[in-house]
Design a protein around this ligand. Structure first.
Ligand code: SIN
Length: 305
């Protein structure tokens, strides 16, 4: 579903001007130049808008230099250096390059990936709070990014499935993901695998800033449910993933150079859409902000049938 922002944008109580991208997730933020330092009140308003809306779009940030992207992102928390170090931007290891472009015989960025629903770095013990993604170059057709809102997906899930998920943790496993989905790339080294052992997280998490619950699962980074085999887990994971990515929960972003999208990895999953990877060029720069350990606030009486 692609919905254009409503023409009328209204100042929010927190002082930044936004307009919705869809009825359920995402807003465009107006009047902010990310290349300039934000004052503390604006920063707090951006942070709150992210927690509430899950996706923030900033248009026309064409002059945003790598150091400025890093400076903006670092206001929200420490920045991760991706375990796949081949694709870190030279001179700015906080920026992970996502691109199909080949220069001097080598890929300048992560290519042919991210086409499966996931939340960035969900396999870390303290996964990412959010990612800031800048479009440098994009194809005329395809190459969009789709986002699914995990607050709404959780709230609309069948009560029986909710109760089942409230009592379970899922094993997130990047080495399994890499071997399964990214076999066209150079394999991970033993040293890289040792840095990313499988990690269990609750299937539903309480958002630390809004207190709302969000589904915290994706079928491409979750290998299985704790205490269950891969074969037992897969049909349930696929069922929940299919529901959570129903068109009514999804925003598809069609990129323009200069767009910056800041998404909340605690309340969304996302995936890249296909494009002509042989004939077109796509180059995106991503920073990934470290978050805290996912938790679930649960009153045991909620589990009573
Ligand atoms: C990502 O998963 O961070 C990249 C998504 C995309 O390339 O659209």
């Amino acid at each position: 579903m692609e919905v254009r922002p409503t023409p009328s944008s209204a100042p929010t109580s927190s002082g930044i001007e936004t307009s919705p991208l869809t009825p359920s997730i995402g807003v465009e933020v107006h009047g902010i130049d990310l290349s300039r330092p934000l004052d503390d009140a604006t920063l707090a308003a951006v942070r709150r808008a992210l927690a509430d809306n899950s996706i923030l779009l900033f248009r026309e940030q064409t002059d945003l230099a790598p150091a400025e992207l890093v400076a903006f992102s670092a206001r929200f928390g420490p920045l991760e250096h991706h375990v796949v170090s081949d694709f870190l931007l030279p001179g700015h290891p906080e920026i992970f390059v996502v691109s199909n472009i080949v220069e001097n015989g080598r890929h300048i960025g992560a290519y042919g990936g991210a086409k499966w629903w996931h939340s960035d770095l969900s396999y870390m013990p303290e996964p990412s709070l959010g990612s800031v993604f800048q479009c440098i170059e994009c194809p005329r057709d395809g190459g969009e990014t789709e986002f699914a809102g995990m607050y709404a997906a959780w709230e609309e899930l069948a009560p029986d499935r909710q109760r089942w998920l409230l009592q379970r943790r899922a094993i997130h496993d990047y080495a399994w993901h890499y071997a399964t989905y990214l076999s066209h790339r150079k394999p991970l080294t033993e040293e890289q695998k040792a840095r990313i052992p499988p990690t269990a997280h609750p299937c539903v998490r309480t958002h630390p800033e809004t207190g709302r619950r969000a589904l915290y699962l994706s079928s491409s980074l979750v290998h299985r449910f704790e205490g269950m085999s891969f074969e037992e887990s897969r049909p349930i994971l696929d069922e929940v993933n299919e529901f959570a990515t129903s068109p009514r929960f999804v925003y598809r972003h069609r990129w323009r150079p200069g767009d910056v999208v800041f998404w909340d990895n605690r309340s969304t999953i996302h995936r890249a859409c296909p494009f002509d990877e042989q004939g077109a060029r796509r180059r995106m720069h991503r920073t990934t902000i470290k978050g805290d350990r996912p938790f679930l606030e649960l009153d045991p009486s909620e589990l009573d049938a």
